[in-house]
Design a binder for this molecule. Sequence first.
Ligand code: UDP
Ligand code: MG
Length: 324
Amino acid sequence: MKKDIIVSIVAPVYNEEACIEAYINETIQVLQAHYLNYELVLVDDGSLDHSVELIKTMQQKTENIRLISLSRNYGREIAMTAGLEGSIGDYVILMDSDLQDPPSLIPSLVDKALQGYDVVYAARTSREGEGFIKKVSSKYFYKIASNMSGFDIPEDAGDYRVFSRKVVNSLNQLKEQNRYMKMLYAYVGFKVTKLPFDRNRRFAGETKYNYSKLVNASLDAIISFSNKPLRIVSLFSIILSFILFLTATGIFIYKIIDAEKIAEGWASMMVLMSLMFSILFVFLAVISEYIGRVLVETKNRPLYYIKEETNSSVLQKENIIDDL
Ligand code: UDP
Ligand code: MG
Protein backbone atom coordinates (compact mmCIF):
# COMPACT_ATOMS: atom_id res chain seq x y z
CA MET A 1 0.00 0.00 0.00
CA LYS A 2 1.53 3.29 -1.11
CA LYS A 3 0.64 6.17 1.21
CA ASP A 4 2.84 8.97 0.05
CA ILE A 5 1.56 9.45 -3.50
CA ILE A 6 -1.77 10.42 -5.01
CA VAL A 7 -2.71 8.35 -8.05
CA SER A 8 -5.27 9.70 -10.52
CA ILE A 9 -6.95 7.62 -13.17
CA VAL A 10 -8.45 9.56 -16.08
CA ALA A 11 -10.86 7.77 -18.40
CA PRO A 12 -13.07 9.23 -21.15
CA VAL A 13 -16.60 7.87 -21.27
CA TYR A 14 -18.80 8.05 -24.34
CA ASN A 15 -21.93 5.90 -24.41
CA GLU A 16 -20.35 3.16 -22.30
CA GLU A 17 -23.42 2.03 -20.34
CA ALA A 18 -22.59 -1.58 -21.13
CA CYS A 19 -19.05 -1.33 -19.73
CA ILE A 20 -18.90 1.44 -17.20
CA GLU A 21 -20.01 -0.40 -14.04
CA ALA A 22 -17.66 -3.30 -14.62
CA TYR A 23 -14.89 -0.84 -15.44
CA ILE A 24 -15.39 1.22 -12.27
CA ASN A 25 -15.63 -1.85 -10.03
CA GLU A 26 -12.53 -3.44 -11.41
CA THR A 27 -10.49 -0.22 -11.36
CA ILE A 28 -11.54 0.85 -7.86
CA GLN A 29 -10.69 -2.60 -6.55
CA VAL A 30 -7.16 -2.33 -7.89
CA LEU A 31 -6.79 1.22 -6.58
CA GLN A 32 -8.08 0.35 -3.10
CA ALA A 33 -5.73 -2.58 -2.84
CA HIS A 34 -2.64 -0.55 -3.72
CA TYR A 35 -3.05 3.10 -2.84
CA LEU A 36 -4.26 5.13 0.07
CA ASN A 37 -4.74 8.29 -1.98
CA TYR A 38 -6.37 7.93 -5.35
CA GLU A 39 -9.09 9.37 -7.53
CA LEU A 40 -10.96 8.02 -10.52
CA VAL A 41 -11.73 10.92 -12.86
CA LEU A 42 -14.38 9.96 -15.39
CA VAL A 43 -14.93 12.44 -18.20
CA ASP A 44 -18.34 12.08 -19.79
CA ASP A 45 -17.91 13.15 -23.39
CA GLY A 46 -21.55 14.05 -23.95
CA SER A 47 -22.89 10.51 -23.61
CA LEU A 48 -26.44 10.04 -24.86
CA ASP A 49 -27.13 6.78 -23.03
CA HIS A 50 -27.34 6.02 -19.30
CA SER A 51 -23.60 6.23 -18.59
CA VAL A 52 -23.93 9.38 -16.48
CA GLU A 53 -26.76 8.01 -14.33
CA LEU A 54 -24.82 4.82 -13.77
CA ILE A 55 -21.73 6.77 -12.71
CA LYS A 56 -23.73 8.95 -10.32
CA THR A 57 -25.28 5.88 -8.72
CA MET A 58 -21.85 4.39 -8.25
CA GLN A 59 -20.58 7.65 -6.74
CA GLN A 60 -23.06 7.18 -3.92
CA LYS A 61 -21.65 3.78 -3.03
CA THR A 62 -17.99 4.34 -3.79
CA GLU A 63 -15.48 6.92 -2.65
CA ASN A 64 -13.12 8.95 -4.79
CA ILE A 65 -15.01 8.88 -8.07
CA ARG A 66 -15.13 12.23 -9.83
CA LEU A 67 -17.33 12.92 -12.81
CA ILE A 68 -16.60 15.73 -15.23
CA SER A 69 -19.46 16.01 -17.67
CA LEU A 70 -18.71 17.89 -20.88
CA SER A 71 -21.43 19.95 -22.54
CA ARG A 72 -21.45 17.80 -25.71
CA ASN A 73 -19.42 15.20 -27.56
CA TYR A 74 -15.96 16.69 -28.23
CA GLY A 75 -14.14 13.48 -29.12
CA ARG A 76 -11.82 11.37 -27.05
CA GLU A 77 -8.74 13.61 -27.30
CA ILE A 78 -10.51 16.61 -25.78
CA ALA A 79 -12.18 14.44 -23.14
CA MET A 80 -8.76 13.14 -22.09
CA THR A 81 -7.48 16.72 -21.99
CA ALA A 82 -10.32 17.77 -19.68
CA GLY A 83 -9.50 14.85 -17.38
CA LEU A 84 -5.79 15.64 -17.31
CA GLU A 85 -6.52 19.25 -16.47
CA GLY A 86 -8.93 18.24 -13.72
CA SER A 87 -6.73 15.57 -12.15
CA ILE A 88 -4.73 16.26 -8.97
CA GLY A 89 -2.51 13.16 -8.74
CA ASP A 90 1.27 13.00 -8.50
CA TYR A 91 0.93 10.25 -11.08
CA VAL A 92 -1.88 10.30 -13.61
CA ILE A 93 -2.96 7.30 -15.65
CA LEU A 94 -4.89 7.63 -18.90
CA MET A 95 -7.00 4.69 -19.96
CA ASP A 96 -10.16 3.73 -21.87
CA SER A 97 -13.33 2.93 -19.97
CA ASP A 98 -14.24 -0.17 -21.99
CA LEU A 99 -11.82 -2.52 -20.18
CA GLN A 100 -9.64 -2.87 -23.27
CA ASP A 101 -6.90 -1.45 -21.07
CA PRO A 102 -6.73 -3.90 -18.14
CA PRO A 103 -6.86 -2.11 -14.73
CA SER A 104 -4.68 -4.88 -13.28
CA LEU A 105 -1.73 -3.27 -15.06
CA ILE A 106 -2.03 0.01 -13.09
CA PRO A 107 0.29 -0.97 -10.19
CA SER A 108 3.04 -2.13 -12.55
CA LEU A 109 2.78 1.10 -14.56
CA VAL A 110 3.04 3.23 -11.43
CA ASP A 111 5.87 1.11 -9.99
CA LYS A 112 7.85 1.54 -13.16
CA ALA A 113 7.25 5.31 -13.10
CA LEU A 114 8.41 5.38 -9.48
CA GLN A 115 11.73 3.95 -10.63
CA GLY A 116 12.34 7.37 -12.16
CA TYR A 117 10.39 7.60 -15.41
CA ASP A 118 8.09 10.46 -16.35
CA VAL A 119 6.06 8.49 -18.86
CA VAL A 120 5.45 4.75 -18.90
CA TYR A 121 3.27 3.61 -21.75
CA ALA A 122 1.63 0.22 -22.00
CA ALA A 123 2.93 -1.37 -25.19
CA ARG A 124 0.44 -3.58 -26.98
CA THR A 125 1.80 -7.00 -27.75
CA SER A 126 -1.51 -8.08 -29.25
CA ARG A 127 -4.50 -6.21 -30.57
CA GLU A 128 -7.33 -8.57 -29.98
CA GLY A 129 -10.67 -7.71 -31.53
CA GLU A 130 -9.29 -5.21 -34.05
CA GLY A 131 -9.83 -5.70 -37.77
CA PHE A 132 -7.07 -6.37 -40.28
CA ILE A 133 -7.48 -3.00 -42.01
CA LYS A 134 -7.28 -1.11 -38.72
CA LYS A 135 -4.09 -2.94 -37.74
CA VAL A 136 -2.37 -2.37 -41.09
CA SER A 137 -3.52 1.24 -41.47
CA SER A 138 -2.48 2.17 -37.95
CA LYS A 139 0.94 0.61 -38.52
CA TYR A 140 1.55 2.77 -41.59
CA PHE A 141 -0.05 5.79 -40.02
CA TYR A 142 2.51 5.79 -37.19
CA LYS A 143 5.37 5.39 -39.65
CA ILE A 144 4.15 8.31 -41.76
CA ALA A 145 3.36 10.47 -38.74
CA SER A 146 6.81 9.82 -37.23
CA ASN A 147 8.54 10.60 -40.50
CA MET A 148 6.62 13.74 -41.24
CA SER A 149 6.73 15.29 -37.81
CA GLY A 150 10.25 14.23 -36.89
CA PHE A 151 8.99 12.92 -33.52
CA ASP A 152 9.15 9.28 -32.59
CA ILE A 153 5.60 7.92 -32.29
CA PRO A 154 5.92 4.28 -31.17
CA GLU A 155 3.49 2.09 -33.09
CA ASP A 156 2.88 -0.31 -30.21
CA ALA A 157 1.65 2.50 -27.93
CA GLY A 158 -1.93 3.43 -27.24
CA ASP A 159 -3.08 6.09 -24.85
CA TYR A 160 -2.85 3.74 -21.86
CA ARG A 161 0.01 5.24 -19.88
CA VAL A 162 1.09 6.90 -16.66
CA PHE A 163 2.46 10.44 -16.45
CA SER A 164 4.34 12.20 -13.68
CA ARG A 165 2.92 15.53 -12.52
CA LYS A 166 5.65 17.34 -14.50
CA VAL A 167 4.38 15.82 -17.74
CA VAL A 168 0.73 16.48 -16.93
CA ASN A 169 1.51 20.13 -16.22
CA SER A 170 3.43 20.35 -19.49
CA LEU A 171 0.60 18.79 -21.48
CA ASN A 172 -1.85 21.15 -19.80
CA GLN A 173 0.04 24.10 -21.25
CA LEU A 174 -0.63 22.97 -24.82
CA LYS A 175 -3.83 24.66 -25.87
CA GLU A 176 -4.16 23.80 -29.54
CA GLN A 177 -7.53 22.74 -30.88
CA ASN A 178 -6.35 20.12 -33.35
CA ARG A 179 -4.99 17.83 -30.72
CA TYR A 180 -3.86 14.36 -31.29
CA MET A 181 -2.62 13.33 -27.88
CA LYS A 182 0.01 10.85 -29.05
CA MET A 183 1.72 13.67 -30.94
CA LEU A 184 1.56 15.90 -27.89
CA TYR A 185 3.17 13.21 -25.70
CA ALA A 186 6.00 13.00 -28.21
CA TYR A 187 6.21 16.78 -28.34
CA VAL A 188 6.65 17.32 -24.59
CA GLY A 189 9.33 14.64 -24.31
CA PHE A 190 10.69 13.70 -20.82
CA LYS A 191 11.98 10.29 -19.77
CA VAL A 192 9.85 7.63 -21.44
CA THR A 193 9.77 3.85 -21.19
CA LYS A 194 7.33 1.08 -21.98
CA LEU A 195 5.70 -1.91 -20.35
CA PRO A 196 4.35 -4.71 -22.58
CA PHE A 197 0.75 -5.90 -22.17
CA ASP A 198 -2.02 -7.75 -24.03
CA ARG A 199 -4.79 -5.43 -25.12
CA ASN A 200 -8.16 -7.05 -24.49
CA ARG A 201 -11.29 -7.06 -26.52
CA ARG A 202 -13.82 -4.42 -25.58
CA PHE A 203 -15.81 -5.67 -22.54
CA ALA A 204 -19.12 -4.83 -24.26
CA GLY A 205 -20.63 -2.42 -26.78
CA GLU A 206 -19.00 -1.27 -29.99
CA THR A 207 -16.05 0.87 -30.96
CA LYS A 208 -16.94 4.54 -31.32
CA TYR A 209 -14.43 4.97 -34.11
CA ASN A 210 -15.44 4.61 -37.70
CA TYR A 211 -13.04 5.08 -40.58
CA SER A 212 -13.96 8.70 -41.22
CA LYS A 213 -13.13 9.55 -37.58
CA LEU A 214 -9.82 7.72 -37.90
CA VAL A 215 -8.95 9.52 -41.14
CA ASN A 216 -9.79 12.84 -39.49
CA ALA A 217 -7.60 12.04 -36.51
CA SER A 218 -4.72 11.05 -38.78
CA LEU A 219 -5.01 14.24 -40.84
CA ASP A 220 -5.07 16.32 -37.67
CA ALA A 221 -2.04 14.51 -36.35
CA ILE A 222 0.05 14.94 -39.46
CA ILE A 223 -0.97 18.37 -40.68
CA SER A 224 -1.02 20.11 -37.33
CA PHE A 225 2.47 18.86 -36.58
CA SER A 226 4.22 19.18 -39.88
CA ASN A 227 4.44 21.40 -42.93
CA LYS A 228 5.92 18.59 -45.01
CA PRO A 229 2.76 18.00 -47.08
CA LEU A 230 3.01 21.60 -48.20
CA ARG A 231 6.70 21.12 -48.98
CA ILE A 232 6.10 17.98 -51.02
CA VAL A 233 3.43 19.67 -53.09
CA SER A 234 5.57 22.72 -53.73
CA LEU A 235 8.58 20.60 -54.68
CA PHE A 236 6.41 18.52 -56.96
CA SER A 237 4.94 21.56 -58.66
CA ILE A 238 8.33 23.20 -59.10
CA ILE A 239 9.63 20.09 -60.88
CA LEU A 240 6.48 19.88 -62.95
CA SER A 241 6.61 23.51 -63.96
CA PHE A 242 10.26 23.04 -64.96
CA ILE A 243 9.27 20.15 -67.21
CA LEU A 244 6.42 22.22 -68.60
CA PHE A 245 8.82 25.07 -69.29
CA LEU A 246 11.14 22.72 -71.22
CA THR A 247 8.16 21.35 -73.16
CA ALA A 248 7.02 24.84 -74.05
CA THR A 249 10.53 25.82 -75.17
CA GLY A 250 10.72 22.63 -77.25
CA ILE A 251 7.43 23.35 -78.93
CA PHE A 252 8.53 26.92 -79.59
CA ILE A 253 11.78 25.78 -81.25
CA TYR A 254 9.94 23.09 -83.21
CA LYS A 255 7.46 25.71 -84.39
CA ILE A 256 10.34 27.89 -85.71
CA ILE A 257 11.98 24.96 -87.51
CA ASP A 258 8.88 23.34 -88.94
CA ALA A 259 5.90 25.67 -88.58
CA GLU A 260 3.34 23.68 -90.57
CA LYS A 261 3.28 20.56 -88.42
CA ILE A 262 2.61 22.37 -85.19
CA ALA A 263 -0.46 24.19 -86.49
CA GLU A 264 -2.85 21.62 -85.08
CA GLY A 265 -1.42 21.92 -81.58
CA TRP A 266 -4.77 22.03 -79.85
CA ALA A 267 -4.27 18.69 -78.11
CA SER A 268 -0.95 19.63 -76.56
CA MET A 269 -2.46 22.92 -75.38
CA MET A 270 -5.18 20.98 -73.63
CA VAL A 271 -2.66 18.67 -71.98
CA LEU A 272 -0.66 21.62 -70.73
CA MET A 273 -3.70 23.41 -69.42
CA SER A 274 -5.08 20.44 -67.58
CA LEU A 275 -1.70 19.74 -66.04
CA MET A 276 -1.46 23.32 -64.86
CA PHE A 277 -4.93 23.21 -63.44
CA SER A 278 -4.30 19.97 -61.63
CA ILE A 279 -1.29 21.47 -59.88
CA LEU A 280 -3.31 24.51 -59.04
CA PHE A 281 -6.05 22.50 -57.43
CA VAL A 282 -3.72 20.33 -55.40
CA PHE A 283 -2.12 23.53 -54.21
CA LEU A 284 -5.43 25.05 -53.29
CA ALA A 285 -6.39 21.94 -51.36
CA VAL A 286 -3.25 21.95 -49.28
CA ILE A 287 -3.34 25.68 -48.64
CA SER A 288 -6.93 25.51 -47.53
CA GLU A 289 -6.07 22.68 -45.13
CA TYR A 290 -3.56 24.94 -43.46
CA ILE A 291 -5.65 28.06 -43.54
CA GLY A 292 -8.51 26.10 -42.01
CA ARG A 293 -6.31 25.13 -39.11
CA VAL A 294 -4.84 28.59 -38.70
CA LEU A 295 -8.35 29.92 -38.49
CA VAL A 296 -9.31 27.49 -35.75
CA GLU A 297 -6.18 28.21 -33.72
CA THR A 298 -6.48 31.98 -33.97
CA LYS A 299 -9.95 31.88 -32.50
CA ASN A 300 -8.31 30.70 -29.30
CA ARG A 301 -11.50 29.27 -27.96
CA PRO A 302 -11.66 27.27 -24.75
CA LEU A 303 -11.17 23.62 -25.63
CA TYR A 304 -14.33 22.50 -23.87
CA TYR A 305 -17.12 23.51 -21.55
CA ILE A 306 -17.98 21.61 -18.43
CA LYS A 307 -21.67 21.02 -17.95
CA GLU A 308 -21.52 19.56 -14.47
CA GLU A 309 -19.02 18.20 -11.97
CA THR A 310 -19.85 15.75 -9.20
CA ASN A 311 -17.44 14.20 -6.74
CA SER A 312 -17.49 11.44 -4.25
CA SER A 313 -14.07 12.33 -3.02
CA VAL A 314 -12.64 11.83 0.46
CA LEU A 315 -10.74 15.09 0.01
CA GLN A 316 -14.04 16.82 -0.65
CA LYS A 317 -15.61 15.31 2.47
CA GLU A 318 -12.75 16.45 4.68
CA ASN A 319 -13.29 19.98 3.46
CA ILE A 320 -16.92 19.83 4.46
CA ILE A 321 -16.00 18.66 7.97
CA ASP A 322 -13.51 21.54 8.28
CA ASP A 323 -16.25 23.99 7.41
CA LEU A 324 -18.52 22.81 10.21
N1 UDP B 1 -14.57 7.99 -26.44
C1 UDP B 1 -14.87 9.31 -26.09
N2 UDP B 1 -15.41 10.15 -27.06
C2 UDP B 1 -15.65 9.74 -28.33
C3 UDP B 1 -15.33 8.39 -28.67
C4 UDP B 1 -14.78 7.55 -27.70
O1 UDP B 1 -14.65 9.74 -24.96
O2 UDP B 1 -16.15 10.53 -29.13
C5 UDP B 1 -13.98 7.08 -25.41
C6 UDP B 1 -14.69 5.77 -25.22
O3 UDP B 1 -15.71 5.87 -24.25
C7 UDP B 1 -13.57 4.85 -24.75
C8 UDP B 1 -12.36 5.41 -25.46
O4 UDP B 1 -12.68 6.75 -25.85
O5 UDP B 1 -13.35 4.92 -23.35
C9 UDP B 1 -11.96 4.58 -26.66
O6 UDP B 1 -13.05 4.46 -27.56
P1 UDP B 1 -13.30 3.13 -28.38
O7 UDP B 1 -13.20 1.94 -27.49
O8 UDP B 1 -14.57 3.31 -29.11
O9 UDP B 1 -12.07 3.16 -29.39
P2 UDP B 1 -11.11 1.94 -29.81
O10 UDP B 1 -10.69 1.26 -28.51
O11 UDP B 1 -11.93 1.06 -30.66
O12 UDP B 1 -9.98 2.60 -30.50
MG1 MG C 1 -11.96 0.52 -27.09
